[in-house]
Design a protein around this ligand. Structure first.
Ligand code: FMN
Ligand code: 173
Length: 356
């Protein structure tokens, strides 16, 4: 077994099957979940030859933060359900890999502790905060303040969850709550709920106006997560958003959403280089990352691969997953004649079975 599959298999062996299903599962018939990965399999890379790639680099700058590779850790809930080290272990390994960790509202470790842990490994470690806007604006404001005070350098606002996706595996398994002792720690001691952990609320009432209000309240760059329609990318630009993240929530929200790599070109076309376009969903190898970068992404996020590394081996496991992806990325870039991420252009991507 090659690559990341080894980590997933190990995670499945080690995890409670109910928790494995929570991490692995998607919405409905898991159409989008499967398509995210399959869509990369429908693509091929058309390499360029005889280009000097020695002395190349995988480094990128993301919203002002230096990043050693264009692969970051997308926000996923409940890391302490995967491994006792939880988000602390993920933070240490991600900092060691020199890339961005997106922690968030559903972390089982407080954001301040996540940032502190990352900075213990590397003083300039980058942590961003994924925000679920909450119906009570005071609660949202408190979460933002918490992220700012912790030292997060961007907010990632998840906009694809007006309602919580219907996850058949969780319904069948009766998994709806964290086990005793685990909590969404960032929801603790918020306005109107001192000494308790508030539930994370999803709401369909949010609009671009709420993003304007957030924009007015914080100096942090804002990433909108869950953009699939090019018109929403244009709206994001109009509302002063700093980056868009093309995502279908790992197939956990709208089951019939397109694969993210299929949605990417139209979004990149709408954005026309004015702000970074990020992507997550189905990235399982360095070659997948290369394809998405060539199609217009500035960087790509990984969700489940990090959870599998965490479950399989805590900090060490996450480190191995990120190093494997980095190694594959470097190797694939060299084979394509690309010395840096900027050399990855759309002409390198073709449909499998139909070379140009
Ligand atoms: C178990 C799990 C929990 C997640 N929790 C969140 C979350 O709290 N907030 C969020 O914006 N996205 C969440 N996501 C979506 C991820 O940020 C990301 O979009 C997705 O996992 C990317 O797809 P991949 O798992 O194929 O890499 C979650 C995904 C998984 C698998
Ligand atoms: O599972 C998820 O995808 C997710 O986004 C989430 C959000 C809040 C609590 C638990 C999970």
């Amino acid at each position: 077994m090659t690559g990341l599959a080894r980590f997933e298999r190990r995670a499945r062996e080690l995890l409670d099957p109910v928790h494995y299903d929570f991490f692995a599962g998607g919405a409905g018939d898991e159409v989008a979940l499967a398509d995210n990965e399959e869509a990369f399999g429908r693509l091929a890379l058309l390499p360029r030859i005889l280009r000097d790639t020695t002395g190349g680099s995988t480094a990128v700058t993301l919203l002002g933060d230096a990043c050693e590779m264009p692969i970051f850790v997308s926000p996923t809930a409940f890391h302490r359900l995967a491994h006792p080290g939880g988000e602390r272990a993920t933070a240490r390994a991600t900092a060691a890999a020199g890339t961005v960790l997106v922690t968030g509202t559903a972390a089982t470790t407080p954001v301040a502790d996540v940032v502190a842990e990352a900075r213990e490994i590397r003083e300039d470690a980058t942590v961003w905060f994924q925000l679920y806007l909450q119906p009570d604006p005071e609660v949202t404001a408190a979460l933002v303040r918490r992220a700012e005070r912790a030292g997060c350098t961007a907010l990632v606002v998840t906009a694809d969850s007006p309602v919580f996706g219907r996850r058949g595996r969780d319904d069948r398994n009766g998994f709806h709550d964290l086990p005793p002792g685990l909590y969404a720690e960032n929801m603790r001691d918020l306005p109107g709920g001192a000494d308790r952990v508030r539930p994370i609320e999803m709401s369909g009432a949010f609009t671009w106006e709420h993003l304007d209000r957030l924009r007015a309240r914080t100096d942090l760059p804002i990433v909108v997560k869950g953009v699939l329609h090019p018109e929403d990318a244009r709206l994001a630009l109009r509302h002063g958003v700093d980056a868009v993240l093309v995502s279908n929530h790992g197939g956990r929200q709208l089951d019939v959403a397109p694969a993210t790599v299929d949605a990417l070109p139209a979004v990149a076309e709408a954005v026309r280089g004015r702000i970074p376009v990020l992507l997550d969903g189905g990235i399982r190898s360095g070659a997948d990352a290369v394809m998405a970068l060539a199609l217009g992404a500035t960087a790509v996020g990984v969700g489940r691969p990090v959870l599998w590394g965490l479950a399989a081996g805590g900090e060490k496991g996450v480190g191995e997953v990120l190093e494997l992806l980095r190694d594959e990325l470097v190797h694939t870039m060299a084979l394509c004649g690309a010395a840096s991420p900027g050399d990855l252009t759309g002409d390198l991507v073709t449909r499998r079975g139909a070379p140009r």
